[in-house]
Design a protein around this ligand. Structure first.
Ligand SMILES: NC(=O)c1ccc[n+]([C@@H]2O[C@H](COP(=O)([O-])OP(=O)(O)OC[C@H]3O[C@@H](n4cnc5c(N)ncnc54)[C@H](O)[C@@H]3O)[C@@H](O)[C@H]2O)c1
Ligand SMILES: N[C@H](C(=O)O)[C@H](O)COP(=O)(O)O
Length: 335
C-alpha cells in the first residue's frame, strides 16, 4: 500500500482517444497553475507532438510514486508513461491503439484504488473504435464500474445552473424500460443522495425525478412504469433515506425554473431525456461525475471532436472544470 501524501494531492488524468482532442485539452489545461500534482497517464511523445501541433509549451517530468507530490508549474505535467503501439495522427482513429486506451484507464483506476492518486479525471474516449476492435465498451462509467466490481454507479452531469443524473446510461432505447426496476431506482437514488452529501455538502438532498413515459404515464393510460415501478420505488425510499424525493414529474416540464431552483439534482430515466437539457444549458461548461465508485472520477461533458484534434481550436473549459470539481470533491470528502 502506497502512503497517501497529506500535503499535496495527486490527480491522475487519462487523455482518452489519442487521435481526439483529449491530449489537446489536457495540454491547454496545464497552462495554468494547479494546487495539486497532475499526473497524466499517457505516451510522452503523443503529448509532446500534440503540444507542438497546437503551439503550446509543455515540459514533462517523470512521475515517481515514492516522491512527495508537488504541484505542477504552468506548462508542466507529470507523466506516468504508457507507450502507444503506433504513432497517432490527429483526427484518424486507429484500432491498433485501442489497448493503449484501455491500459491507461486501468492503470489510472488501479492507482486511485491503491492510494497513489486522490482522483481520476478522464478525457474523451471513442466508444465505436474500441468496439470495432472487439473491446466491448459502452462508456467509462460502465467500464470503471465493471473493473472495480461496483454493481451500481451513477452518472451525474453538473454545471452552474443544473445537475442531472441518469437512471440508465449507455443502452439502446429499446432496453430502457426493462433496465429500470424498483431495485435499480432505489440503488441509484441512494447513491445519488450519498454522493451529494459526501462530495457536495448537501445535507438533505432534494431530488426531482422524471417519469419515463410522456406526461409521466398519464395515470397509466400512456405507460405503466410510473405506477408499477417508479412510484413504489420512491415510496420505499421515502421511508428509508434522508432526502426529499419529488416525482415522478413529466420530463417535458420538470426542467423549468420553479423546479430547478429548488432541485439539488434532477434524475432522468435515460441518457437523452436528461443530457440534451443539461448540454443545452451549458455544453462545454459542464462536468461528468461518476458516483458510487470507490474513488472520485470526473470527466468532460463532450466527446473526441476528431475534426478539431491537433488544431488548437478545441475548448478546454470542460476539462478545466473536471479537474477543478475533482479537487473540490476531494476537499469536501476529506473534511
Ligand atoms: N467523456 C467521454 O468519453 C465522451 C463524452 C461524450 C462523447 N464521447 C464520444 O465521443 C465520440 C464523438 O462524439 P460526438 O461527435 O457525438 O460528440 P463530440 O462532443 O465529440 O462533438 C459534438 C460537437 O461538439 C463539438 N465539440 C466537442 N467538444 C468540443 C470542445 N472541447 N471544444 C469545441 N467544440 C467541441 C464538436 O466539434 C462537434 O461539433 C463518440 O464516440 C462519443 O461516444 C465520449
Ligand atoms: N454520456 C456521456 C456524455 O454524453 O457526456 C459520455 O458519453 C461519457 O460517458 P462516460 O463518462 O461513461 O464515458
Amino acid at each position: 500500500m502506497i502512503k497517501k501524501n497529506k500535503q499535496f494531492r495527486r490527480i491522475v488524468i487519462t487523455t482518452g482517444e489519442p487521435s481526439g482532442i483529449g491530449p489537446d485539452i489536457v495540454i491547454m489545461s496545464a497552462q495554468k497553475k494547479w494546487p495539486v500534482e497532475l499526473v497524466v497517464c499517457a505516451d510522452p511523445n503523443l503529448l509532446l507532438d500534440r503540444a507542438q501541433q497546437i503551439n503550446l509549451p509543455l515540459k514533462l517530468r517523470s512521475y515517481h510514486s515514492k516522491k512527495i507530490a508537488s504541484p505542477c508549474m504552468p506548462g508542466e505535467l507529470s507523466i506516468l508513461k504508457m507507450l502507444l503501439p503506433q504513432k497517432t495522427i490527429p483526427g484518424q482513429l486507429n484500432v491498433n491503439n485501442n489497448n493503449y486506451v484501455i491500459n491507461t484507464l486501468t492503470r489510472a483506476s488501479q492507482g486511485c484504488l491503491n492510494g497513489e492518486f486522490s482522483a481520476l479525471v478522464t478525457g474523451p474516449i471513442h466508444k465505436a473504435i474500441l468496439n470495432r476492435g472487439n473491446i466491448a465498451f459502452s462508456g467509462h462509467t460502465e467500464f470503471l464500474s465493471q473493473i472495480n466490481k461496483c454493481e451500481t454507479t451513477v452518472m451525474m452531469l453538473s454545471n452552474r445552473k443544473l445537475r442531472v443524473a441518469l437512471a440508465t446510461t449507455h443502452i439502446p432505447i429499446l432496453s430502457v424500460p426493462k433496465m429500470i426496476t424498483q431495485k435499480s431506482l432505489c440503488d441509484t437514488i441512494s447513491i445519488l443522495a450519498q454522493g451529494l452529501k459526501k462530495y457536495f455538502g448537501v445535507s438533505h438532498p432534494k431530488i426531482y425525478i422524471c417519469g419515463l413515459n410522456p406526461h409521466s404515464g398519464e395515470s397509466g393510460y400512456i405507460g405503466q412504469e410510473e405506477i408499477n415501478i417508479i412510484i413504489p420505488a420512491l415510496n420505499i425510499l421515502k421511508k428509508n433515506i434522508n432526502c426529499e424525493l419529488i416525482g415522478p414529474l413529466s420530463a417535458d416540464t420538470i426542467f423549468q425554473k420553479k423546479y430547478i431552483q429548488h432541485a439539488d439534482v434532477i434524475l432522468a430515466m435515460y441518457h437523452d431525456q436528461g443530457l440534451p437539457v443539461l448540454k443545452y444549458s451549458g455544453f462545454g461548461q459542464s462536468v461528468n461525475i461518476t458516483l458510487g465508485l470507490p474513488f472520485i472520477r470526473t470527466s468532460v461533458d463532450h466527446g473526441t471532436a476528431l475534426e478539431l484534434s491537433g488544431k488548437g481550436t478545441a475548448l478546454p473549459d470542460s476539462m478545466i472544470m473536471a479537474i477543478t470539481v475533482a479537487i473540490k470533491m476531494l476537499t469536501k470528502s476529506s473534511l
